[in-house]
Design a protein around this ligand. Structure first.
Ligand code: FAM
Length: 440
């Protein structure tokens, strides 16, 4: 990470600061207007937030600095093994932070650095040991990440007054690297603890983060699992700034809360069923449906199940999206990965996921409520973890939580590098809205 930090200091930050100064010269330019519908509709579509790493298009889906998932997977450095074909989340993080594709050497050095910083301070170990074993792992993960704030370089330097505003990004960068290094350690500890396994995290500096994580949760000898996990972690890293986990990290960070506190808040947002928790809900939904369906079920039976589910007033987890209006390309990427694997494509649960992805859009269209009847990433991800033997569904959002850090922390570093102010949008009461409407 020393090279990345130096490049940020010498190249990327000066360039971006210059661009910001240029933009600020005509910052009265109008880029949109706000309707009452947007204010009351979860602020959909209001262009009011700055975000660098990725952009979401309703039709085309996510791109990372203009690159599609397929392109990223082709050009970003892969794992160190012969024949590894999936991009590494470290590579994705580099792209998100700098806008450029790293070399293999740069990524290997970053992986080694993350391995070096992976050990937890004692108080974090002790905190986790004292949490109820049956607490949802997202609650535990967020608490453990928040507790890392105790060692935050940013908080320390800010409170002792040893840094000026133009240097805030430096300790924010160091804290972010530390968080990225430690989040797999925390996740592995939570996973092992839930299974009654006590294991000290060992990270091999010659391996990437995903391999080390897999090794420490007992999946290290399965390269297909590691490859799937690399793709999973890289894919989920960033989805523009407005989603709940990204936005909450950015918002909390704007108060100059350190990266640990900020991301802890992001994780709490990710833990909601309409956001990241859908990953666990989908798998439970699929397992239940599989049990309910007759042995030689048909698409008609699946359709019936979906209607019964909707008639109970529930949302179909893994379907719909606040922005996308086409199938989620992250879903498509995981689907392609699965279709190429003999073992996954024969898995009865994966087959059901596949069938639901064809039947549900028709049912949801007829149901007539959701603006996007297509599958999102969560409808595919859990079944892959399940296929390789990770049956603990509560843990699925934790994996998502490891990944999202690779996207939102680079943005937090940029927030500090460009001296972004505390966020403070204007709120309105219903009375105020009515008054403004009648004045028009
Ligand atoms: N099943 C049934 N109804 C749905 C639906 C679904 N999958 N998706 C949306 N609707 C309903 C929604 O509840 C709303 O109904 P009401 O008017 O009665 O409140 C109506 O359709 C309009 O909603 P929308 O405008 O299409 O969606 P939103 O932008 O409000 O919400 C989601 C977007 C993702 C929260 C919503 O589609 C949903 O609840 N999906 C299921 C949960 C899920 O898969 N979340 C994961 C999203 C994923 F991308 C992520 O964050 N990881």
């Amino acid at each position: 990470s020393t090279e990345l930090k130096n490049l940020m200091r010498e190249k990327y930050i000066p360039n971006k600061r210059e661009q910001l100064t240029r933009i600020k010269k005509s910052s009265a330019s109008v880029i949109g207007q706000t309707t009452v519908e947007q204010v009351l509709g979860g602020m959909r579509g209001i262009r009011c937030m700055w975000w660098e790493g990725s952009e979401l298009d309703a039709e085309k889906g996510i791109t990372f600095h203009g690159k599609t998932i397929e392109e990223c997977n082709r050009i970003l450095p892969h794992g160190p093994e012969q024949g590894a074909t999936q991009m590494l989340p470290e590579s994705m993080m580099w792209l998100i932070m700098t806008g450029e594709v790293p070399t293999e050497k740069q990524v290997r050095a970053l992986s080694a650095d993350l391995a070096r910083h992976s050990a937890l301070p004692r108080h974090v170990d002790e905190l986790i040991d004292n949490l109820p074993k049956d607490m949802h792992p997202m609650t535990s993960l967020s608490a453990a990440i928040a507790s890392l704030s105790h060692n935050s370089v940013f908080s320390k330097q800010y409170s002792d007054g040893s840094i000026t505003k133009d240097k805030f990004w430096e300790p924010a960068f160091d804290d972010s690297i530390s968080l990225l290094a430690k989040i797999p350690t925390i996740a592995a500890k939570l996973y092992n603890r839930s299974k009654g396994v006590s294991k000290v995290y060992k990270a091999d500096e010659s391996k990437d983060v995903t391999w080390n994580f897999a090794e420490n949760i007992g999946f290290g000898d399965k390269l297909p699992f590691v490859e799937m996990m690399r793709l999973y972690l890289a894919l989920h890293a960033d989805h523009e700034g407005g989603n709940v986990s990204a936005h909450s990290t950015h918002l909390v960070g704007s108060a100059l809360s350190d990266p640990f506190l900020s991301y802890s808040a992001g994780l709490l947002g990710l833990a909601g069923p309409l956001h990241g928790l859908a990953a666990q809900d989908v798998l439970r939904f699929i397992l239940q449906m599989h049990q309910w369906l007759p042995k030689n079920y048909t698409e008609k039976d699946v359709e019936q199940y979906l209607w019964n589910w909707l008639k109970d007033g529930r949302v179909v987890p893994g379907y719909g999206h606040a922005v996308l209006r086409k199938p989620d390309p992250r879903f498509t990427a995981l689907h392609e990965f699965s279709s190429k694997s003999d073992s996954i494509s024969k898995d009865p649960h994966w087959k059901l996921v596949d069938i639901v992805s064809r039947v549900a859009p028709q049912v949801l269209k007829e149901h007539g409520k959701t603006k996007n009847p297509f599958p999102n990433v969560d409808s595919q991800s859990g079944v892959l973890l399940h296929h390789y033997g990770m049956k603990e569904t509560e843990f699925y959002t934790v994996i998502f939580g490891i990944s999202r850090a690779y996207g939102v922390l680079p943005q937090l570093v940029w927030d500090r590098a460009l001296g972004m102010p505390i966020e403070r949008p204007k709120s309105l009461s219903l009375n105020a809205i009515e008054k403004m409407m009648s004045a028009q």
